[in-house]
Design a protein around this ligand. Structure first.
Ligand code: FPP
Length: 233
């Protein structure tokens, strides 16, 4: 039986979901926020230890200003509506990414949610915000080089490098899901995805259901994870 501690999701297809219905793209993101709530509550009930969601990438700044502003208002919409429920479900909120560029209001809302839920012992709901895998690796290398120079660290290997990543305190990534029929990693958790199973689903994120999550988990459970080794005879 495959252990399943950490799932990451690339929540793609909000724009296309909206376009298909003749709605503005923001409506797709709004619906996407409701899905975050539904899937997080369900994943916690399933006993998943950590769910990492790709909420905004370092490349998403290239979108029209109006859309970027709307995306930056999502934390407020989400936590105003659902923070109480997250608390009731013992869910702990964390985030990875570069908070520096995030507008003050969104930043404060995140900080407050992280603080309020910090003692919760259920699932970690980890948001990747202004996150990029390449930039995470470069940042880690810079910090490592500095610590090496200062004599704080002597050995660099896969294990010690891990301590320089945003995800250092999170369980190893087991499963990465991408919605909307795109089959790319898009700069998400590049280091962490090394031996994760990948599941691509057709559904746009606003249409993704708990049953779709069950199916992705079932696919994962049926995979033969060998981590580069061979099966025992
Ligand atoms: C990709 O779809 C989705 C995003 C860039 C945003 C995803 C964010 C959420 C669903 C909510 C995040 C919640 C919080 C609390 C921060 P797309 O717009 O690229 O879809 P498209 O490829 O169809 O255009």
């Amino acid at each position: 039986m495959n252990n399943l501690n950490h799932i990451a999701i690339i929540m793609d297809g909000n724009g296309r979901w909206a376009k298909k219905r003749g709605l503005p793209r923001s409506m797709g993101h709004k619906k996407g926020v409701e899905k975050v709530r539904e899937i997080a509550i369900y994943a916690n009930k399933l006993g998943i230890k950590c769910l990492t969601l790709y909420a905004f990438s370092t490349e998403n700044w290239k979108r029209p200003e109006k859309e970027v502003n709307y995306l930056m208002s999502l934390p407020k919409i989400f936590f105003n509506k659902y923070l109480k429920e997250l608390m009731k479900n013992n869910i702990k909120v964390t985030m990875i990414g570069d908070l520096n560029k995030i507008p003050l209001e969104a930043k404060n809302i995140f900080k407050d949610a992280i603080r309020q839920t910090s003692k919760n012992t259920g699932m970690i709901l980890n948001f990747a915000l202004n996150y990029g895998g390449q930039s995470e690796i470069v940042r880690a290398c810079k910090q490592f080089a500095k610590d090496y120079k200062d004599g704080k660290i002597k050995t660099l290997n896969e294990k010690t490098f891990n301590n320089y990543l945003y995800t250092k305190d999170l369980p190893e990534l087991d499963l990465m899901i991408r919605t909307s029929n795109e089959e790319r990693i898009s700069n998400f958790l590049l280091y962490q995805v090394a031996y994760s199973e990948l599941v691509f689903v057709d559904t746009y994120w606003p249409d993704f259901t708990c049953t779709d999550l069950d199916k992705a988990i079932e696919t994962y459970m049926n995979r033969n994870r060998r981590f580069g080794a061979v099966d025992e005879k």
